[in-house]
Design a binder for this molecule. Structure first.
Ligand code: SF4
Length: 439
């Protein structure tokens, strides 16, 4: 019978470090590792360090040295790990170094150097978790809740203020998904552009390197997995401009889902929308100058209380000018508990519907024209589903479920989840038709 893998643990520092140690020890025990109190019995040693003052640095470096001497296999975590290269420079033999609050990273290092025993009772759940999406794409939620108070929305009342997930946790989940075969990561939250605001963009750690809890840094780090990365629910704040170059460089998909909701300043103000005062048309123009192929998706509401014909016309003018690629539209619905319900001059139901129909008609024309321009282009698509005479796939401009499709005509064998190079040969208001490019 296989022996239980055993871990020795040295915990230094303040109560916060102790809590980190407890989290790691809990995970180790839950995964079936034995915890031992001496170096000789241990297969590997984790040292949780302190780096607050010079004497603590010294004590931590000594503890690492002792563990290396007595055991040889050492993983370092904690505050000293966050202090640049000091650990690696003094003790280059350590197997891995992380900063504080890094349970996932420490566990990943332990798994790499001391694999856990297979347990038929607990190992039924795959490392990437149970997913409801097909195997080749996955949603990854980076935060919960929202700091805004849009008057038509009750999410903050239901889920509270923004709480960002630690960046190493998000990265770890993304890594597990990619290892399990996921080809497209869809980043979601209530407000992706606000990621990290609640923790003051705290510096976390990933693969031993500091990484800020911030949308741009996260997008760039995710791009290193070599799969498609798509951003949803991004608001047009100035700092969003920073992710556009990543798109132009091909690191993440040139796709932005920006829920503008309206274009009349009066209505945006009544909606209390984030970034309501930004000049969105100017911003879109600037984004497209940096990344001409950028696909922008948005959603709008017609019939918000107090919306006049003039407000609605402004919205149509905006759409005409903005030439968005994908648009969804909803009529205003008075959700119970939403403060907008108290705004005067509700718009009659038929008028809301009529405005929605006018909006969609305008957008269909814009969309059809934009798609026609793609005919003749060669694009990479990801295959979602086999179909008669070919397959349904998606290009960088199409998020699953909400956007269009690329129907690939082919007699050859196509596999779900594979990337194909195709030439676009036809289009309509929503979808494209393509054929594989022969090499
Ligand atoms: S940004 Fe506005 S609409 Fe979106 S979740 Fe927050 S409050 Fe609701």
């Amino acid at each position: 019978m296989k022996q239980t893998p055993k871990v020795g643990f040295v915990s230094l520092g303040c109560p916060k470090a102790t809590v980190d140690s407890e989290h790691i020890l809990t995970r180790l025990r839950a995964e079936g590792y034995g915890i031992v109190g001496n170096y000789q019995e241990a297969d590997l040693v984790v040292v949780n360090t302190c780096g607050f003052i010079d004497s603590a640095v010294e004590e931590s470096l000594d503890a690492i040295g002792e563990a290396l001497h007595e055991n040889g296999k050492v993983i370092v975590t904690g505050c000293l790990g966050a202090k640049g290269d000091i650990v690696a420079a003094t003790h280059p033999q350590v197997l891995a170094v992380t900063g504080p609050h890094a349970t996932e990273e420490v566990m990943a290092a332990v798994h790499a150097h001391l694999p856990k025993l297979h347990d038929p009772y607990t190992d039924l759940v795959p490392p990437q978790g149970i997913r409801l999406t097909p195997k080749h794409f996955a949603y990854i939620k980076i935060s919960e809740g929202c700091n805004h108070r849009c008057t038509f929305c009750i999410i903050p009342a239901l889920r509270g203020d923004l709480v960002s997930r630690p960046i190493h946790e998000v990265m770890h989940e993304a890594e597990s998904l990619v290892k399990a075969g996921v080809k497209e990561l869809l980043v979601i939250s209530q407000d992706t552009s606000a990621y990290g605001v609640d923790v003051k963009y705290r510096t976390g750690f990933w693969n031993g390197k500091p990484l800020k809890t911030r949308m741009t840094e996260l997008a760039e780090a995710l791009s290193e997995f070599g799969v498609w990365v798509r951003l949803h629910y991004v608001y047009p704040y100035p700092h969003v401009d920073e992710v556009i170059p990543l798109m132009a460089e091909g690191k993440i998909l040139p796709y932005l889902d920006v829920p503008f909701q309206h274009a009349s300043p009066r209505i945006l103000k009544a909606m209390k929308r984030p970034a309501a005062a930004e000049n969105n048309l100017k911003r879109i123009q600037a984004w497209r100058e940096i990344c001409p192929e950028l696909a922008i998706r948005s959603t709008f509401i017609t019939g918000f209380p107090g919306e006049t014909e003039d407000d609605f016309q402004r919205l149509l003018d905006f759409l005409q000018e903005a030439q968005l690629d994908r648009v969804g539209c909803f009529t205003y619905s008075a959700v119970e508990g939403a403060t907008a319900n108290a705004i005067a001059d509700p718009v009659p139901e038929e008028l809301k519907e009529e405005r929605k129909a006018r909006l969609m008609e305008l957008q269909e024309g814009i969309s059809a024209e934009r798609l026609t321009r793609k005919v003749g282009q060669v694009q990479t698509v990801l295959v979602d589903e086999l179909a008669e005479g070919g397959a349904f796939a998606r290009s960088y401009a199409d998020a699953p479920e909400i956007d269009g499709l690329v129907y690939v005509q082919s007699e050859d064998e196509i596999r779900v989840g594979e990337f194909l190079e195709v030439e676009i040969v036809g289009s309509d208001e929503h979808d494209l038709v393509a054929v594989p490019v022969q090499d």
